[in-house]
Design a protein around this ligand. Structure first.
Ligand SMILES: NC(=O)c1ccc[n+]([C@@H]2O[C@H](COP(=O)([O-])OP(=O)(O)OC[C@H]3O[C@@H](n4cnc5c(N)ncnc54)[C@H](OP(=O)(O)O)[C@@H]3O)[C@@H](O)[C@H]2O)c1
Length: 255
């Protein structure tokens, strides 16, 4: 049995990671800013509560991220995690396929976190995953009642189930630090046009889509599928299966 601290263990992915690790018999600590949501209250921006939560943990799975702030606090939070790990704990960090190829602000900050980890003395494993099903659903749900939805239909994605990523992370917890692990993607690479068609067939909307032409390097990256890893299509759950299961929204729209 290993003592594992999970930052972001209350999130869309993190709750599955926590479940997997508990089922496998590990002692799991969950850091959260909210009392009662995890096992330990902590705030990664200031580092408050982190040392206590990490005390005696041999693995720290670092999933916490502030997507809404476009990852601005993430490098500082990663520094706090590295300091708490000392040289004793194995830090497992979840990043995103293509962070080094697509110059999205959030991706740049994830890449900065990777570099901080890589340049540290802390034993570590960095795993890059593709977009979660829930993220694609969040985007399509936001336009599904529109009569005509302008979307970048030629963007490519390889959506993956959080359950599959959680299993991969649980496997990494049981193994040695790898530095960079093999990327992890869903079973199929699909265009947004294909993803939206499957969504519409199951849910009735958006009734019509039109191709939104997005200029710039970020859009070029998504069009070219720089965010995919077809050689590692290791996830088992397809987008169609996810949509058919009619999932509750995991990410909420703002406002
Ligand atoms: N979404 C995707 O498609 C995707 C794809 C590949 C990789 N990833 C990566 O996967 C990881 C998990 O993503 P997710 O979508 O599951 O996250 P999420 O649902 O947005 O949850 C964010 C988590 O971070 C924690 N957190 C945020 N700020 C914090 C702070 N200042 N102090 C302590 N905890 C803080 C939150 O905990 P509390 O609110 O309980 O405090 C929450 O558990 C992220 O690193 C993300 O970059 C995501």
């Amino acid at each position: 049995m290993t003592t594992v601290l999970v930052t972001g263990g209350t999130g869309a992915l993190g709750r599955h990671v926590v479940d997997r690790l508990r089922v496998r018999g590990h002692e799991v600590r969950v850091l959260s800013r909210h009392a009662g949501a995890g096992t330990h209250v902590g705030e990664l921006r200031s580092g408050a509560g982190l040392l206590e939560a990490a005390e005696g943990a041999s693995v720290i799975v670092h999933l916490a991220s502030d997507f809404r702030a476009r990852g601005r606090p993430d490098p500082m939070q990663t520094r706090q995690v590295l300091a708490a790990a000392g040289q004793g704990a194995h830090v497992i960090y979840l990043s995103i396929v293509g962070v080094d190829r697509i110059p999205l602000t959030y991706y740049r900050r994830k890449l900065e976190c990777e570099k901080l980890i890589d340049g540290s003395v802390v034993p570590h494993t960095v795993l890059r995953a593709t977009q979660f099903h829930d993220l694609i659903a969040w985007g399509l749900r936001s336009v599904e009642r529109w009569p005509i939805a302008p979307l970048p239909l030629d963007f490519r994605f390889q959506p993956v189930a959080v359950e599959d990523v959680a299993t991969r992370i649980a496997d990494l917890v049981a193994g040695p630090p790898l530095g960079r692990a093999d990327d992890f993607g869903g079973p199929q690479v699909l265009t947004l046009a294909e993803l939206a068609r499957i969504w519409r067939e199951a849910r009735g909307g958006p009734r019509r889509t039109v191709r939104l032409r997005v200029p710039g390097a970020v859009a070029r990256g998504f069009r070219a599928g720089e965010n995919t890893c077809p050689d590692h299509a290791d996830g088992t759950h397809t987008w169609a299966e996810y949509v058919a299961a009619n999932p509750e929204p995991v990410y909420r729209l703002r406002g």
